[in-house]
Design a protein. Structure first.
Length: 190
């Protein structure tokens, strides 16, 4: 059996990764229960049972934690958009894009719920500005070539899908087909 890998400080690397993951999990829980602005790094450290310095080892500031938490959702959204047609998508590609967006929201439900429920999470530019740009691009791809009412219809479709973020995740998953059907109906593709 080979010896465990250690960092310069002598800490076992698997423990370092576990600590980072635990910090993120605890931070997400605290942000959702107390709010992002009301949660301190000290509270996160105490909940993880590590020193504040250990939190700083992984994240320079609290905003770095929210950036790390939202990173997978934003990357998934970016990937989804990159695979979507730029102009005049077919009814089928619109359906697939909305279904993929809904599935991403369900997969990242806790983070999406946090973003939807706590406006202060949008303050870091790497979160708020990036999410706004991605959503603008997603709206444009869904509305491309569909006429003057397209923006309103896309907004209604997003409202239907965003409702999933406000439901408990099990309930949202259970009613996925209904949520998607409502979004498609809003687009006029029900």
């Amino acid at each position: 059996m080979r010896p465990p890998r250690v960092n310069r400080g002598g800490r076992v690397l698997d423990q370092v990764a576990d600590t980072r993951t635990e910090i993120l999990n605890v931070a997400l829980r605290l942000f959702r229960t107390q709010g992002y602005a009301a949660t301190s790094l000290r509270q996160i450290a105490e909940s993880v049972q590590v020193s504040k310095a250990a939190v700083y080892y992984h994240f320079r500031a609290k905003q770095d934690i929210i950036v790390a938490l939202t990173g997978p959702f934003l990357a998934g959204l970016e990937e989804l958009i990159q695979g979507a047609p730029v102009s005049a998508p077919s009814a089928r590609s619109r359906r697939e894009l909305l279904a993929a967006y809904l599935d991403l929201l369900l997969h990242q439900h806790d983070v999406v719920n946090l973003l939807a429920g706590d406006p202060s999470t949008m303050n870091p530019p790497k979160v708020g500005l990036r999410l706004a740009a991605l959503m603008t691009d997603l709206r444009a791809r869904l509305a491309a070539g569909t006429g003057e009412e397209a923006g309103i219809r896309v907004g209604c479709a997003f409202a239907a899908i965003s409702a999933a973020a406000n439901l408990p995740v099990a309930e949202a998953r259970q009613h996925r087909a209904t949520i998607l059907q409502a979004a498609l109906a809003a687009l006029g593709r029900g």
